[in-house]
Design a protein around this ligand. Structure first.
Ligand code: UD1
Length: 385
C-alpha cells in the first residue's frame, strides 16, 4: 500500500468494528472544523466488513472514506490482533503521527494502541476506564490493557476515573468529557428512520401482521451465543416474552451462525411473535429503539443509547461496565435466568419501567471537549509537513 502519500503529523483515528463507527463520527467531524489544528487521518482495520456491519454506517453517519483499510477480517482473537498490529505498524512508520486515537474496547483498539505505544507515539483512548470486572470478556482485557498504555484518557462517566486511579493511572491524564456515542445519537435523532417504516418493511418481508407495541432485542456476546445450551435457553425465553409483546430481533452475523449451529434458527423464525432481520442500519435502529416499549440487549453501547432515549433496557449479562446506566438511567441488569427475565419484562410492560435521567455531560458536546483537550496537549508539538 502506498502509505507515503498519507498526511504526516496528523492524529491517526482508528476504527474496526460497528460500535467504533458511531463513536468516531463526531470526533472526525469536530477535528475537521476550521481552523484545522490537528488534522485527523482515518484508518479502518477491516475487523468488520459486511455491508450491513460496515458501509451502511459510513454513509449514514457522514464518516469520510478511510485513508487506509487494513482489511484484516475475521479470525481468532490472537490472529486478528496480530494481523492488525502487523498491518498498522507500517502506517505509523510512514506517517509519523502526532498521536493515535482509539475508541471503545474491541480488538482493533488494543492492537493499534499497542503498536503506537511501542513506537513512542502518544495514545489517546476515548471511552477509557469502563470496567465490568469480568476478565472472561475479551473486551475487559482490551479495556484494561489499552488504558495502561494510554497517554490521554477520555471518560464517559464518573465511575471510570475511580477505576483508572485504582489501577495507578495518573489523574492528570484523565479527562471526563462525556459520551461521543450520545453526540451521534442526539445529532441524528431527527433524521432517524420512523419506526413505523422499518416495521412495515420487516413485517412485509416476513409476511406478518403489523406490529405496534414491541420490544427490540440484540444479542452477540460470546458468553450468550457461543454455547448451544445457553443460546437455546435464551431463545426459549424470548419466545415466551414474545407471547406478551412482539420482539424485533436484528441478528448479528456471529449470532446467526450460532443459531444455525444450535438448531434454533428455524424455531426462532417460526415463532409468531419474533421478527428477525439482518443487522439494521444506524438510523433504522435508532428510530426503532426510540419508540420501543423495551429493549433487551447484551451490547454495551445500547445500554447507553436507551438511557439517553429514556427507554427501559434489560441487560442480558451478569454485570455492566456502564454503571451510570443503572444508577441514573433506564437500565436493569437481569442476567440470563429465564424467571428473572420474564418477571422483569412483565413488570416493565405493566408499569412502564423505571424513569431514568440523562447522565452528566451526555449532552452532545463530548467530541468538542475532546478537541479542546487534544489541542491543549498535542497542539504545539510539530507544525505540519
Ligand atoms: C466485536 C467486538 C465486540 C463488539 C462487536 C460489535 C471484539 C473482541 N469484539 O465483536 O466488543 O461489541 O464487535 O458488533 O473486538 N462477522 C461477519 N461479518 C462482519 C464481522 C463479523 O460475518 O462484518 C462474523 C464472523 O463470523 C466473525 C464473527 O462475526 O468471526 C465475530 O466477529 P468479530 O469481529 O471477531 O467480533 P464481534 O463478535 O463482531
Amino acid at each position: 500500500m502506498p502509505f507515503d502519500r498519507l498526511p504526516h503529523n496528523s492524529i491517526l483515528c482508528v476504527v474496526g468494528a460497528r460500535p467504533n463507527f458511531v463513536k468516531i463520527a463526531p470526533i472526525i467531524s469536530v477535528l475537521r472544523q476550521t481552523p484545522v489544528v490537528i488534522p485527523p487521518c482515518l484508518i479502518h482495520t477491516g475487523q468488520h466488513y459486511d455491508v450491513e456491519m460496515n458501509n451502511a454506517f459510513f454513509g449514514e453517519l457522514g464518516i469520510p472514506e478511510p485513508e487506509v483499510n487494513l482489511e484484516v477480517g475475521s479470525a481468532s482473537h490472537a490472529v486478528q490482533t496480530a494481523q492488525i498490529m502487523r498491518r498498522f505498524e507500517p502506517v505509523v512508520e510512514a506517517t509519523d503521527p502526532r498521536a493515535v486515537l482509539v475508541v471503545g474496547d474491541v480488538n482493533s483498539t488494543i492492537a493499534c494502541a499497542l503498536v503506537a505505544a511501542k513506537r513512542g507515539v502518544p495514545v489517546v483512548h476515548v471511552e477509557a476506564g469502563l470496567r465490568s470486572f469480568d476478565r472472561g470478556m475479551p473486551e475487559e482485557i482490551n479495556r484494561v490493557l489499552t488504558d495502561q498504555i494510554s497517554d490521554l484518557l477520555f471518560t464517559t462517566e464518573r465511575s471510570a476515573r475511580d477505576n483508572l486511579l485504582r489501577e495507578g493511572i495518573d489523574d492528570g491524564r484523565i479527562h471526563f468529557v462525556g459520551n461521543v456515542m450520545i453526540d451521534t445519537l442526539l445529532g441524528n435523532l431527527e433524521r432517524a428512520k420512523p419506526a413505523r417504516e422499518t416495521l412495515e418493511r420487516l413485517t412485509a418481508t416476513a409476511g406478518r401482521a403489523d406490529v405496534e407495541q414491541y420490544a427490540v432485542l440484540t444479542l452477540h456476546r460470546p458468553s450468550n451465543v457461543d454455547r448451544p445450551e445457553t443460546l437455546r435457553a435464551l431463545v426459549r425465553t424470548f419466545v415466551r416474552i414474545s407471547e406478551r409483546a412482539p420482539i424485533v430481533f436484528p441478528v448479528h452475523p456471529r449470532t446467526a451462525r450460532a443459531l444455525e449451529a444450535a438448531g434454533m434458527w428455524e424455531p426462532l423464525r417460526k415463532a409468531p411473535g419474533i421478527l428477525t432481520s439482518p443487522p439494521l442500519s444506524y438510523l433504522e435502529m435508532l428510530g426503532l429503539m426510540a419508540k420501543a416499549k423495551l429493549v433487551l440487549t447484551d451490547s454495551g453501547g445500547i445500554q447507553e443509547e436507551t438511557t439517553a432515549l429514556g427507554v427501559p433496557c434489560l441487560t442480558l449479562r451478569h454485570n455492566t461496565e456502564r454503571p451510570v446506566t443503572v444508577e441514573e438511567g433506564t437500565n436493569t441488569v437481569v442476567g440470563t435466568d429465564p424467571r428473572r427475565m420474564l418477571a422483569t419484562t412483565e413488570e416493565i410492560f405493566a408499569t412502564g419501567g423505571k424513569a431514568g435521567r440523562v447522565p452528566a455531560l451526555w449532552d452532545g458536546k463530548a467530541a468538542q471537549r475532546i478537541r479542546t483537550a487534544l489541542e491543549r496537549h498535542l497542539g504545539d508539538t510539530g507544525t505540519g509537513p
